[in-house]
Design a protein around this ligand. Structure first.
Ligand code: SF4
Length: 222
């Protein structure tokens, strides 16, 4: 049995996306393959744990709380994640995966254990970590059979042409995948009119679109 690098495990509410406000247990795996300009994830330390040890910790939380497997990028440790999720599924707990949507082959290792995928779409003008269109397209293609949503951060530098290209890729994969425009924290009021216009433009291109901020940032909780 392999060990994984685990940054933290904790109970909170989901701060982003379609499940915002719902209680979940978070397992944050250590490490990321990207360097987004707006990254606010503290990933300084980790514990080495076996899948059994991690699942024993998870069992301290009621099973009706879904697990949110997050990072960093949890699919960087896809083999370990698959081992953990296989054990978790035996307990009947729901599994949500939060991913930056750049590791489609690794997703294939965990796919059968995952009930919901929250994929981040990294726009070049927002995240400034290079162009990831092809990797996002391949990921969408692999994940589209699952219930899922796509989130993308909208900040002062975001260009609509990037948003429109993301919408094209989502539609090409599966037009029923909802898109969430997430205003970058701290929220700037001047973003407001752009957000409303862009959400309407995404809708008019055939993708259900919502504007949802980061609840944990607003409440000052983890
Ligand atoms: S993918 Fe997420 S954890 Fe990784 S650098 Fe970007 S924001 Fe941070």
């Amino acid at each position: 049995m392999m060990n994984g690098k685990v940054a933290e495990i904790f109970h909170s509410i989901q701060g982003e996306g379609l499940y915002q406000g719902a209680g979940q247990v978070f397992i944050r795996l250590y490490g990321c393959n990207l360097h987004c300009a707006f990254c606010d994830t503290p990933l300084g330390e980790f514990r080495e744990m076996s899948a059994d040890e991690l699942c024993a910790e998870l069992e301290k939380y009621p099973r009706q709380l879904p697990l949110s497997l997050t990072g960093g990028e949890p699919l960087l440790q896809a083999e370990f994640a698959a081992e953990v999720l296989r054990l978790v599924k035996h307990t009947g707990r729901q599994v949500h995966l939060e991913t930056n949507g750049t590791l489609p082959d690794e997703f294939a290792l965990v796919e059968k254990y995952v009930d919901f995928v929250a994929m981040d779409f990294k726009l070049p003008s927002s995240a400034r970590c290079g162009t990831l269109w092809e990797r996002h397209r391949d990921f969408l293609d692999k994940a589209k059979a699952k219930p899922m949503c796509v989130k993308t951060v909208i900040g002062p530098r975001t260009r609509f042409r990037d948003v429109a290209r993301a919408v094209e890729l989502i539609r090409a994969a599966q037009e029923k995948i909802p898109l969430i425009l997430q205003p970058q924290h701290p929220y700037e009021e001047r973003l407001e009119s752009r957000l409303f216009r862009w959400a309407a433009a995404c809708e008019s291109r055939g993708v259900e679109t919502r504007i949802i901020g980061q609840l944990h940032a607003q409440l000052g909780i983890r």
